[in-house]
Design a protein around this ligand. Sequence first.
Ligand SMILES: Cc1cc2nc3c(=O)[nH]c(=O)nc-3n(C[C@H](O)[C@H](O)[C@H](O)COP(=O)(O)OP(=O)(O)OC[C@H]3O[C@@H](n4cnc5c(N)ncnc54)[C@H](O)[C@@H]3O)c2cc1C
Length: 510
Amino acid sequence: MHRYPFTNSLWRQHDETFPYPKLESSVSCDVVVIGAGIAGLVTAYELQQRGKQVVLLEAAEIGRGTTGHTTAKCSVQHGTVYSKLIRTFNLETARLYYELNQEALQYLRGQVTDGFDIDYEAKDSYLYSIDGSSQLVAEREAYEQLELLGGDATKEVNAALPLQVKQALVIRDQAQIHPVKYLNELARRFVEAGGQVYEKTRATEISGGPRPIVTTSTGRRVQGNQVVVATHYPFNDIRGLYFSKFEVERSYIVACETEQSVPEGMYLSVDTPSRSFRTFQEGDKTYMLVGGEGHLSGHVTETRSRYDRLDRFAHDTFDTKKASFRWSSQDLITLDHLPYVGQMFSREPDLFVATGFAKWGMTNGIASGLLLADLLTGQDNRFRELLNPLRSKFKPTDVGQFLKTNLDTATQFVKGSLEKSGTLDDLQLDEGGIVQVDGKKVGAYRDLDNECHLVSTRCTHMGCTVNWNDAERSWDCPCHGSRFDTKGNVLEGPATKPLSYERKTDVPKA
Ligand SMILES: Cc1cc2nc3c(=O)[nH]c(=O)nc-3n(C[C@H](O)[C@H](O)[C@H](O)COP(=O)(O)OP(=O)(O)OC[C@H]3O[C@@H](n4cnc5c(N)ncnc54)[C@H](O)[C@@H]3O)c2cc1C
C-alpha cells in the first residue's frame, strides 16, 4: 500500500540532547516558567542570569512546540506589519514595534558572539509580489517614514529569483538560525547557571493569590513568587478572557534538497497563496525550505494536498528533489496583531503571560523574554505598554475581527454534531474520520496494522467537535487550536486533558 509520509521537522531530526527529568516531587523557587519554547526559555534563561531561582516546566520536550516547527527567520520584516500598525495605531507605535524586534535581533547577535552555536547566518529579508499587491506600496511608504535600512528591491529580486515579480522590498542584515539548536543552547546554559528544567511535566492548574502554586498532571506542585505562562496558547484562561481574542492559524513547510544554486536571502510573498522560503545548509546538503498554505487551525481535514502544492512550487521554482521533510505548526494572531506580554489578569499581579506572536515569534519571543525579565525584576521597560495584555480598549478595526472570531467559534461548536458520518467499515488503512459506532459519533483512525483507535470527538477544553487532520494523523479543534493524537493524548493546548480512548481490533473494512 502507498503510505503518505508521516510528518517530521527538519529541526528535530538530530535532536539527541540528553532529556531533562520529569518532576517527581513538589518544589519551590522564585519564578515558575511554564512552556519551553522560545518565549519560555529566553524568559527563564534571562531571569536565572539575573539571580532568580527559576523552575521551567515543559509538557513534552524542548522543541516539541511551534519553535521546533518554525521557519526560523529572525527578522524585523514581519509581512506588511508597519503599514498595518501605522493605519491601526500611529507612526510611533509602528516605530516602537520595530525597535522592540530590532533590540531582540541585536540580543541574538550578542549571544552568537558569546558562543551560542545555532547555525546563525546573516541574510537580507525580502517581501515580494507577483500580482502587484497594493500592500507593498503602503509598506514601502512605511519603511520611508520609519527610515528602515532597506526599501525597494524589485530589480534585485527579479535578478535573484526565477520569478517575475512586480514589486519587492528589502530590509538588510537580518538573520536565520537553527531554532532547536537555539532552544537547546538556552536550556543548557540555563541549567549551568543553576536553573531547573522538567520535561514531560504538564501544568494543569495555577492557584491565584500571593505565592501562586502550579499543579501538574501528576499532582506535583511548584510554588513561586511569580509564574510565567509561556505555553503558546495560555492553558489557564478559565475565565475565557483571552479565548475570544485569538485566531489560531496553521501553516505548512517542506524542506527539499537541491543541487542547483539557490538565492541568497529570506523571502516572503504577499500574494495569495503566499509563499515563504529560505535555505538551510547541513554538511554538503542544501535544503530549500518552502512554507505557506495557512488556514484556520482545525478547519481543514484534507491537509496532504497542502504539502503537495508546496513541494510542486519548490520543484517548479528551484528544481528541488521531492521533500525530505514536511511538517506543520500553528501560531496565534491577536486582534491588533501585537503580542500579549505582561501581567495576565488585572487582579493577579504575580501571574504573567507571553503569547500572540502572529507567526513572527523568533524576534517577538526573544523580546517577550527580555520584557518579562525586566518586569519580574522591577526594571523599567519602554515596551511594557505596547505589549500589555490588559490593553482592553478595542480599536474600531478590531471589532469586526472580534465578531468574526467568536461567530466562527459558535459555528464550529454546533457544526460537528450536525454533520453526516459513515461507519468504521468505511475507513481504509491509515485513514481517519468521524464515524457512527453503536449509534454514537466517535473519531476513528484505522492504523497500518488494521487496528482502529476510537476517541471522543468532544474537545476537553471547551467542548467543540474536533476534526480529523489527515497528514498529521491528529484530531484538531477548530475553536481554540487544541490538538490530540490518534490515542487521544494532548499534542497541543489549551486542552490539558486527553480525549477518552478505546482500541478495537479485527474490524473488517468495506
Ligand atoms: C509554520 C510556521 C512558520 C513560522 N516561521 C517563523 C519565522 O520564520 N520567523 C518568526 O519570527 N516566526 C515564525 N513563526 C512563529 C514562531 O515560530 C512562533 O511564534 C514561536 O515559535 C512561538 O513560540 P512560543 O514559545 O510562544 O511557543 P512554543 O514554541 O509552542 O512553546 C510553548 C511550549 O509550551 C509547552 N506547553 C504547552 N502547554 C503546556 C502546559 N500546560 N504545561 C507545560 N508546558 C506546556 C509546549 O509543549 C511547548 O513546548 C512561524 C510559525 C509557524 C506556525
